[in-house]
Ligand binder design. Structure first.
Ligand code: M6R
Length: 364
């Protein structure tokens, strides 16, 4: 039931503070601020490599996780979309962990990749939203996202819950590998537990974003830019916009823009920049200058500090709360989802059932 919402997608966007809290609640122990994963018999301290495979939005969650696994657990990560992975003869050494991320747990290519990894001696971990799905049944380590049924074809709450699980897993792996002290673990847990309140703060900008959608709706092409863990968010933003508003959009790593896409920039191509303040911010500001010098129109999504430093001269800005870098990808998911949602509403498309798409892709 949609309740007071116009669409399932809108309802699911607004459910995120609650469902992310639910998901975190099952992976974090608040009594002593520790990470608690389901018991399974595989030694995370000795892993040589993690292989992560997924499709679409779940793949972008996997991309974010790669940054976390490398940063916290110092473990090499191999990452691919399932349709490429399964046919490229990947090198899988005995004793590796293979992780599959899927809302439905039924995506045909991801399931085939899982079976391939199983046949090649990998321990199989799955992050799924449907606990009765095929992938859940075939897993050695089942890590459910507790997002509840997701009806809108465009994935929203499943994505942020996947990120919540993957952040907990990265921290847990770091602890097991002796790279995160008890004190650091407590700190990470505290920051993760701040996520629901920060998601709420991001949702407070719904009306501003609805107004801004009128600036995006006439565009034929839109570019999204981000760095580090916000690069996958740029790709996710572009995918959401394509899927439901049918506007062509591309997500790029900010530093890659000058290697090609900059040729597209003119006053008709809005450039949406995702840039929380932090060590990489200045780099992104110089990318924004490159856009501006070519007459490009920028929408800057950042926190108060970032907007103060670089908000001037932008076509529009969206202020996010000041957040710890670990939870930034969860929080910055909200404005890109809302921008796609409201742009689709302005265009009058079928938000929950976009053309040519199915909720669960069970064919190759
Ligand atoms: O159920 P899955 O997570 O395996 O689905 C993967 C993709 O088909 C899915 O994320 C798709 O890209 C969504 N429509 C994105 O909004």
């Amino acid at each position: 039931e949609k309740g007071n919402y116009r669409h399932f997608m809108q309802k699911e966007i607004f459910e995120q503070p609650t469902v992310v809290a639910q998901t975190l609640g099952s992976y974090l122990r608040q009594a002593d601020n520790s990470v608690a994963l389901p018991q399974f018999d595989f030694d995370l301290s000795s892993i040589k490599r993690v292989t992560i495979v997924a499709c679409g939005t779940s793949y972008y969650a996997a991309m974010v996780a790669k940054y976390w696994f490398e940063q916290f657990a110092r473990v090499p990560v191999d990452l691919d979309v399932a349709s490429e992975f399964r046919y490229r003869e990947p090198v899988l050494e005995e004793g590796g962990l293979a992780l599959f991320i899927s809302q439905s747990g039924e995506t045909a290519d991801t399931l085939a990749a899982l079976r391939h990894c199983k046949a090649n001696g990998q321990t199989i971990g799955v992050v799924v939203n449907v606990p009765t799905s095929s992938m859940a049944r075939e897993a050695d380590l089942l890590l459910p996202t507790h997002a509840g049924p997701e009806i809108g074809v465009a994935s929203t709450k499943a994505f942020t819950c996947q990120l919540a699980v993957l952040a907990a897993l990265a921290a847990h792996m770091a602890v097991k590998r002796g790279l995160m002290s008890r004190k650091e673990e407590q700190e990470v847990v505290r920051h993760l537990l701040e996520a629901p309140a920060c998601l709420n703060a991001a949702l407070d900008h719904d009306e501003d974003i609805a107004a801004m959608a009128h600036l995006i709706a006439p565009a034929r092409d839109v570019l999204y830019l981000g760095r580090g863990p916000d690069y996958p968010l740029a790709m996710e933003g572009a995918l959401k916009l394509k899927e439901i508003s049918y506007i062509h959009a591309e997500g790029y790593a900010s530093g890659e823009m000058k290697h090609g896409p900059i040729a597209l920039i003119d006053e008709h191509v809005p450039v949406i920049v995702l840039a929380p303040s932090g060590p990489l911010f200045e780099k992104t500001v110089s990318n924004m200058e490159e856009v501006r010098a070519r007459g490009g129109q920028i929408v800057l999504i950042s926190d108060a500090k970032g907007l103060e430093a670089a908000g001037e001269g932008c076509m529009a800005t969206i202020e996010m709360p000041q957040v710890h870098p670990l939870i930034a990808p969860l929080v910055y998911a909200i404005p890109v989802q809302l921008l796609a949602y409201h742009t689709a509403c302005v265009k009058g498309t079928d938000v929950d059932q976009p053309r040519n798409l199915a909720k669960s892709v069970t064919v190759e």
